[in-house]
Design a protein around this ligand. Structure first.
Ligand SMILES: [Zn+2]
Length: 155
């Protein structure tokens, strides 16, 4: 780690602390040449699991694809870009901390549905009806009925 003041290569670590969230480390350092002190924050590298598709093929996780699916489901719905960002971050956090090297694409779909359910019921049904055939028809009908009620109360 280079000294930010004099660019000297040799710095000594005085103190190491893991952040409260457990995802980064703070190190208090001292430059061996100019004796100035500074703190570095180092992120612990977690890697995204590989996505296993239904046909068994593997693909790398792509943030843009996830965002694309959410945007499509939320098209013309009253949900802010910020709320979408938060949903993407929440899904990625779950994937990162799953500790798995590989996850099934169905699991990612479930995470998306959880977020959509929270964000917007119409988008949730849009996504769910395309993404998977509901195993439990009653569940699907309940969801449709809920949206129907929303529409009635709006008019
Ligand atoms: Zn220095």
């Amino acid at each position: 780690m280079k000294c930010p003041f004099c660019q000297h290569e040799d710095t000594q670590v005085l103190d190491t602390r893991v952040s409260e969230e457990g995802d980064s480390i703070r190190r208090r350092r001292r430059c061996a040449r100019c004796d100035k002190r500074f703190t570095t924050k180092e992120r612990i590298e977690l890697s995204m699991p590989i996505i296993v598709k239904k046909n068994g093929s593997r693909t790398e996780y792509a943030s843009a694809k996830l965002r694309g699916s959410l945007m499509l489901a939320l098209r013309k719905r009253p949900v802010s870009a910020e709320a979408i960002d938060t949903a993407v971050a929440s899904i990625e956090e779950k994937l990162l901390t799953s500790g798995q090297r590989e996850v099934e694409s169905g699991y990612v779909g479930e995470l998306v549905m959880l977020e959509l359910k929270r964000l917007d019921k119409v988008a949730y049904i849009r996504f769910a009806s395309v993404y998977k055939n509901f195993e439990d028809l009653a569940e699907f009908q309940d969801a449709i009925a809920e949206v129907g009620q929303d529409r009635k109360t709006r008019k």
